[in-house]
Design a protein around this ligand. Structure first.
Ligand SMILES: Cc1cc2nc3c(=O)[nH]c(=O)nc-3n(C[C@H](O)[C@H](O)[C@H](O)COP(=O)(O)O)c2cc1C
Length: 171
């Protein structure tokens, strides 16, 4: 699809710092999902929005998995530190996130509940270490029943730098 006449936004959550990649812990200076979002931006010329929480997640990987699991179990809505001013003006939202415990980080739930996505197209993309999209797509449909939710793109986090052709095909 040609996005030149479409107002589109890549809204993504991504966590840098210590992460699990191909069986070992590495320190990422840019998160995997952010890398994918940057490629989408380059290819579609969309606007960008970083879904970020007021309270940061731990640098340590295992500690983050524990915090994230608690948030999922308790159905928490972490507070976000910034907001999209003119969401009404966008037709297409590329929605990016890492797979956390089989779905999106709870901050993405906060984001999806904050705006009215009726009539908009949501294109989910997810980076992961083996679980693909998990059940994130059906969670998005539940949260945004009046949006047109397209089939998502899952990208192995450890291969994100080689994902440009897959992203291009998906776009
Ligand atoms: C809290 C947490 C939970 C995760 N849970 C899963 C999971 O259930 N399945 C999976 O394949 N990968 C899981 N991962 C790995 C991430 O999805 C993967 O490393 C992703 O590319 C990270 O993206 P980011 O750097 O943009 O945050 C998890 C990582 C974290 C930090």
């Amino acid at each position: 699809m040609d996005y030149s006449n479409t107002k589109c936004l890549a809204a993504y959550f991504s966590r840098k710092d210590k992460n699990y990649v191909n069986g070992s812990i590495v320190n990422l200076s840019v998160g995997n999902t952010e890398e994918a979002a940057a490629m989408i931006q380059e290819l579609s010329r969309c606007d960008m929005f970083h879904i970020d929480t007021t309270e940061s997640y731990p640098v340590d990987y295992t500690e983050t998995t524990e915090v994230a699991q608690r948030e999922l179990r308790n159905n928490v809505r972490p507070e976000l530190n910034s907001h999209v001013e003119d969401m009404d003006s966008y037709d297409v939202i590329f929605l990016g996130y890492p797979n956390w415990w089989g779905t999106m980080p709870m901050a993405v739930f906060t984001f999806l509940e904050e705006y009215d996505f009726s009539g908009k197209t949501i294109m989910p993309f997810c980076t992961h270490e083996g679980s693909g999209m998990g059940h994130s797509e059906s969670d998005i449909i539940d949260l945004c029943p009046n949006a047109n939710v397209q089939k998502g793109l899952s990208i192995r986090g450890s291969s994100v730098k080689e994902a440009k052709n897959d992203i291009l095909r998906w776009l």
